[in-house]
Design a protein. Structure first.
Length: 279
């Protein structure tokens, strides 16, 4: 059975999605659609506005693609900053998981948003190295939460090092959910932090399947550290604007677009899926 707070979070995520699709909507319409009171909807809208998903308007709410961010900054920033878009990416990642899995969930705010969408999964074992994930996992997960051992880094929020690597080898995840910063023309996936790269490359090597989020446009000239190759990745979730940058790279690696909602795309490595199904 899902934990009590699951319904609250699901309703708020549904509201964010409804506002995003409609552009603008009234409190009374939301209350009727979701069968709750106007007071409840107003509280939900206030919360979502504080989190940056929307803006309150007279009697309702409006969708803003980059709530609170200057237009110039929105166009130039390589990373995805739209929280509703991040939530949709998280939803697409979670939709690919199954009951009874052992999941490694990498660090970062987008992957953190995956956790509530796992609330309906049964008997999960979630392996974490990001302390910021722990509270949500305890609140929403139906199963076991394992914090990998190791050395604290990243201002005391991230667990890394040899113990974390050994723990991954011990649990051997059925699926790793990771975020990468860049994909090279030859299909190499990379991140900016060397220690993080060691852990993610081990997660890729030890896991039967890997889902990678690529939320940033390519930025050239930066030092990066490899974590794996596109041929090792079972699927890639990315915003439309980022997918356009990597389109040729995805096709060259044999990935096909399996799902899109006109903002986010899931690219599937069909050859890897066939191999896993045959095992």
């Amino acid at each position: 059975m899902a934990k009590p707070s699951t319904s609250l979070l699901k309703r708020r995520l549904d509201i964010a999605e409804i506002v995003r699709k409609n552009g603008e909507i009234k409190v009374d319409d939301l209350a009727e659609m979701l069968a709750v009171s106007g007071v409840t909807i107003r509280n939900d809208l206030n919360y979502l506005e504080q989190q940056g998903y929307l803006k309150r308007s007279f009697g309702g709410a409006i969708y803003t693609a980059q709530a609170g961010a200057p237009v110039a900054m929105t166009r130039e920033a390589p990373a995805v900053r739209d929280k509703a878009l991040e939530t949709e990416m998280a939803r697409q990642v979670a939709a690919q998981t199954e009951n009874g899995e052992t999941l490694f969930l990498g660090q970062g705010s987008i992957l953190r948003k995956v956790i509530p969408f796992l609330a309906n999964r049964e008997e999960l074992c979630l392996l974490l190295n990001d302390l910021g994930h722990v509270a949500l996992a305890q609140e929403f997960l139906n199963g076991e939460t394992v914090l990998l051992g190791g050395v604290l880094s990243g201002q005391g929020r991230i667990v890394e090092g040899e113990l974390a690597l050994k723990a991954l080898g011990h649990y051997r995840p059925s699926r790793a959910l990771i975020a990468v910063d860049h994909i090279a023309e030859d299909g190499t996936l990379s991140v900016r932090n060397e220690v993080t790269a060691h852990l993610l490359s081990e997660a890729v090597a030890q896991s039967k399947r890997v889902i990678a989020i690529v939320a940033s446009r390519p930025v050239y000239g930066e030092k990066r550290y490899a974590v794996g190759e596109l041929q090792q990745i079972s699927s890639v979730v990315t915003p439309q604007v980022v997918a356009a940058e990597y389109h040729a790279c995805f096709l060259a690696a044999g990935l096909t677009n399996s799902y899109t909602n006109n903002e986010c795309l899931t690219w599937l490595n069909t050859a890897l899926h066939k191999t896993n199904q045959e095992r």
